[in-house]
Design a protein. Structure first.
Length: 597
């Protein structure tokens, strides 16, 4: 018996029950219309709200000359997404639809169908459970093809629907000599795994053996390895009524990748608790832990956190992969002018420098990069962080938290007695911390910290609203850097397009609207998001004597922004549009990240 690989789908099921097919006299389903639904595909898509009539008419005109299937033309022309079309077609056919990826295909099983046959029939063997072979087919209702495959392989064939273009694209790779997939979850041989698009559902039979058995260990290893490979910053494991959900945060966006059955959610959480040295018997209060692992030769720190919910404990793992992190300002995408202004701030012997932005905008990375730039054996640099995420050479790092005896405020008071030259505060959270930071900046120390504001001007008014006197702010503040992270267009599936006027209007775009911008169509390299990696956009406000003269107790946020504009400053939105014009990102991404500023 062939072992069930970890990426299998419940498309065939453990029972081996065949998915029913509707029979046609020719065994061929032109445009996927030989179904219980009598309505033509195009009309059905319009009725479902997935397609506009004018788009359908244009596509039908093109189809008449190309003799290609309507669904594939709609996807090629960008009128409908494959993830929306396949379930729709599958429902009409009474079949499952699958979007092909290399991780879904067993390299040992794919060769059960010789390559010439696979190319002639446009089919691809995906995996085998017992004697049921699941095969992706461009024409899954062709019973003649199904019978031929059954005679050839000696297995019962379970056909699933895949687009012809997808099969033709991935088929050559699957027959290469070096084609292989991960054996991370090889221990899960008693499981049935269902794959629907990017979602995997895992079924384990013996719940009593889950906590210490190899299946759950293999599953945790699988999650960790693929999170590292995909560059995830966080792993979310959440309880649900019917199944758990495992999601990766990649480039700032959460994406669901696994759906383990809910009846072994507790075992999955317990395994990670053991690794993180948490109390596995405690389920009613939040816990924190850390674990150090080596994944494919890379040393990774994981910061674990649990949260009790009504359906079970939620686990979040922060992935701290220093090998994928740069602490060089020049590598963060800071434009030359903003870089020069920021470096001038860091050369000051004393004063307060703030980095602002929402959670996940890269503020801590910018501060670490600043410390890397200015640290030396001649300086005493001390940080106060909650928590300390990365270790820096020549920097004294202190862990502080609100719930412990060492708070930001108490740690700062102690640091001031340690003869520091530079102090980095992870975040100014309250008035007490803000007051001490201002006082330290006024007494001959360079203080770096972060603040949650939408733009650089908001940092001044936020400090004032915390109760800090404006004369102290004007005397201590050296400058503010506001930043965001925008996703970059994937280079593998990059294409040019014309964004809609509505998007450009919301961005206030004043350039040539006849020009093309770049976007990603989605591919395996970017996990069908169209984006791969991120780039920073920065707004640097330097506090000059002129601005200090304006800073009174009743100064408004808009007054500061107006002054910044008069000095030639560029806002975050303008920085983002410049990246979009260069083809680094898309206008829609800029609207998502900086459109509210």
């Amino acid at each position: 018996m062939t072992m069930t690989p970890p990426f299998l789908s419940k498309l065939s099921g453990k029972s081996g029950v065949r998915i029913p097919m509707s029979r046609s006299s020719s065994g061929f389903a032109p445009d996927y219309r030989d179904t219980a639904a009598e309505m033509p595909l195009g009309e059905a898509l319009i009725a479902a709200g997935l397609l506009r009539r004018e788009d359908l008419e244009g596509t039908l005109t093109r189809q008449s000359s190309s003799r290609r299937r309507l669904g594939e033309l709609l996807i090629e022309m960008g009128l409908i997404e494959e993830d929306k079309l396949l379930p729709f077609l599958g429902e009409r056919l009474g079949l499952h639809g699958v979007r092909l990826r290399e991780g879904l295909i067993d390299p040992e099983i794919v060769r059960l169908i010789p390559r010439p046959v696979a190319e002639r029939l446009c089919v691809l063997a995906m995996f085998r459970v017992h004697q049921t072979l699941t095969v992706a087919m461009a024409d899954p209702q062709n019973l003649l093809q199904v019978d031929e495959l059954e005679r050839l392989t000696g297995c019962r064939v379970n056909p699933v629907l895949a687009l012809r273009s997808s099969i033709e694209k991935i088929l050559p790779r699957c027959y290469e000599d070096d084609y292989q997939v991960d054996d991370v979850t090889a221990g899960i041989d008693d499981a049935s795994v269902e794959i629907q698009s990017d979602v995997v559902r895992v079924d384990l039979d013996n719940i009593a053996e889950q906590a210490d058995g190899s299946p759950i260990v293999s599953l945790v290893n699988y999650i960790l390895v693929h999170a590292i490979r995909q560059g995830a910053s966080d792993i979310h494991i959440e309880a649900g009524r019917r199944h758990s959900s495992v999601r990766f945060r990649v480039d700032g966006q959460l994406r669901e990748v696994l759906r383990p059955r809910s009846d072994f959610h507790a075992a999955l959480i317990s395994r990670i608790k053991v690794m993180s040295r948490m109390d596995i018997a405690e389920h009613r209060r939040p816990q924190d832990g850390r674990v150090h692992v080596i994944v494919e030769g890379k040393e990774i720190d994981l910061r674990a956190s649990t949260l009790p919910t009504v359906l079970g404990e939620k686990m979040v793992l922060r992935v701290l992969d220093s090998s994928n992190l740069t602490f060089r300002l020049a590598d963060l995408g800071v434009p030359p002018l903003q870089m020069k202004q920021f470096e001038q701030m860091l050369r000051r012997p004393h004063g307060l420098v703030l980095v602002t932005g929402p959670t996940g905008s890269g503020k801590t990375t910018t501060l670490y990069s600043a410390l890397e730039l200015i640290k030396s054996v001649h300086s005493n640099i001390v940080t106060v962080e909650d928590p300390v995420e990365y270790s820096l050479e020549l920097v004294n790092q202190v862990h502080a938290s609100q719930g412990s005896t060492v708070t930001f405020a108490s740690a700062l008071r102690a640091i001031l007695r340690q003869d520091p030259d530079v102090i980095m505060i992870g975040e100014i959270r309250d008035a007490e911390t803000a007051e001490i930071a201002i006082q330290a900046a006024l007494t001959g120390h360079l203080v770096l910290s972060t603040l949650h504001t939408n733009d650089s001007a908001g940092a001044i008014t936020r400090l004032r609203d915390m109760g800090i006197a404006m004369y102290k702010i004007s005397a201590a503040l050296v400058g503010v850097v506001a930043q965001r992270l925008v996703r970059c267009v994937c280079p593998k599936c990059r294409t040019n397009y014309f964004p809609g006027n509505e998007v450009l209007d919301r961005l206030g775009y004043q350039g040539d609207r006849r020009r093309q911008f770049a976007k990603g169509e989605g591919c395996p390299n970017c996990f069908d998001t169209g984006f791969r990696g991120r780039n920073g956009i920065y707004e640097v406000l330097t506090v000059t004597n002129d601005l200090r003269d304006l800073m009174t107790q009743d100064i408004s946020h808009q007054t500061i922004r107006k002054w910044y504009r008069q000095q030639g400053g560029q806002f975050l939105l303008e920085q983002g549009l410049a990246l979009a014009e260069k083809g680094i990102t898309s206008p829609e991404e800029i609207l998502r990240v900086a459109g509210g500023d």
